[in-house]
Design a protein around this ligand. Structure first.
Ligand code: SF4
Length: 374
């Protein structure tokens, strides 16, 4: 991993106006969803970051913002030091054109089938990015390059696969075509958004292994997004990568995978580890959930202070009125947490515990861990 940041997000916000509730309509107000709220994240070359969070926590929005597919409403997003949206708007001295930035930041979508034209063969779908990236390549060179890539991802014989249409491919094969299409752009960063969620558990491992193998061979970085801590841990753990935990639009913990799993600092991270059977072999002997049994808050109306305080077993009165900031864990800049408990002398420690809400054994909560990676 080099020190140069391919992508740098500084204090990024993405706020959307949403369909207003009845009360807001009566009051003449507009509801705003803070899908991403004040997140900073640097992604160096050859880095792997796995982002985990529940549905609706803003992880997909953050991913799209990182690759320049979503304009932030606040903060900055830079590619190799160039503000992406200033490049898009031709604002000031633009050193890297927006088109070049977008080619360097690619995505493997959640549903690769939907992103492949049903009327075009694999050869045709893969030729398009090559024409864009290497306009001087003749059609024979393009064909050879596509066959080489198909063989590299195990789609053999490549001559046969190149002639197929999307409906003649399995889910895993479509995902491999999407991976090739992203790699043919020679990208610096690939966003893999729930890229393995739809695959069978056995195929997931193959796909994740393949992504990691090609990540090393192509010197690219990966931003891997999942609602499943097992999958995210597998990817980060096999690439010496980092893991980021998101909750209601905020990045509540970020650090090297071993650090975060073995020494989780945020109560939410602890809950996720608790709820992930293959990361927590003691789960059957534990009886008490680390989460308070309440509904996940509405992102249009997040709780005051620390957004996690309604579910947090460590919450105290101070958490209701103080918004914690991200701080380094024990002075380690690589591991950060957004929790008042990380501050030794904070008033949190003398503040009374929240009353009337106790941790209960969950029926279905937490929900993040589904099928574990074996
Ligand atoms: S700040 Fe308070 S409520 Fe928030 S995670 Fe820390 S202890 Fe829990």
């Amino acid at each position: 991993m080099s020190d140069e940041h391919v992508v740098s997000l500084q204090d990024v916000e993405v706020h959307f106006e949403s369909e207003s509730s009845l009360l807001s309509r009566v009051r003449g107000e507009t509801d705003v969803v803070k899908a991403v709220d004040g997140i900073s994240l640097d992604i160096p070359e050859n880095d792997v970051v796995a982002l985990v969070g529940e549905s609706g926590c803003g992880k997909t929005t953050l991913g799209k913002t990182a690759i320049g597919a979503q304009r932030p409403t606040g903060g900055t997003v830079s590619y190799r030091g160039q503000d992406i949206w200033k490049a898009k708007d031709n604002d000031g001295d633009v050193e890297i054109p927006f088109d070049e930035i977008r080619k360097s930041l690619q995505i493997i979508p959640q549903d690769p089938g939907a992103s492949l034209n049903p009327n075009k063969t694999v050869q045709h779908s893969l030729a398009a990015p090559l024409k864009l990236r290497k306009p001087d390549m003749d059609s024979f060179e393009r064909r050879d390059r596509i066959h080489e890539m198909l063989a590299r991802v195990g789609m053999e014989p490549p001559q046969d696969y190149a002639k197929r249409f999307p409906h003649q491919l399995s889910g895993g094969e479509k995902q491999r075509v999407a991976l090739i299409r992203a790699l043919l752009m020679n990208p610096d960063l690939i966003l893999a958004d729930e890229a393995v969620s739809a695959l069978d558990v056995s195929l997931r491992i193959d796909m994740m292994d393949l992504m990691l193998e090609l990540q090393g061979q192509f010197d690219t970085s990966f931003l891997f997004i999942s609602h499943n801590l097992s999958n995210a841990s597998y990817v980060a753990g096999n690439s010496n990568g980092r893991i980021g935990i998101m909750y209601l639009g905020e990045l509540v913990e970020l650090g090297p995978i071993d650090e975060v799993l073995e020494n989780p600092k945020h109560p939410y991270t602890k809950a996720l580890v608790w709820a992930t059977p293959n990361l927590n072999p003691d789960i059957e002997t534990e009886t008490e959930s680390p989460l308070r049994k309440v509904d996940v808050p509405d992102p249009r109306n997040p709780p005051s202070g620390c957004r996690f305080h309604t579910r947090c077993p460590e919450a105290r009165e101070a958490c209701k009125r103080t918004t914690p900031e991200s701080v380094a864990v024990d002075g380690d800049e690589n591991h950060s947490v957004t929790c008042l408990r990380a501050l030794e002398n904070h008033e949190y420690w003398n503040s009374p515990e929240l009353e009337g809400e106790s941790a209960e054994t969950p029926t279905e909560e937490p929900t993040l861990a589904d099928e574990p990676v074996q």
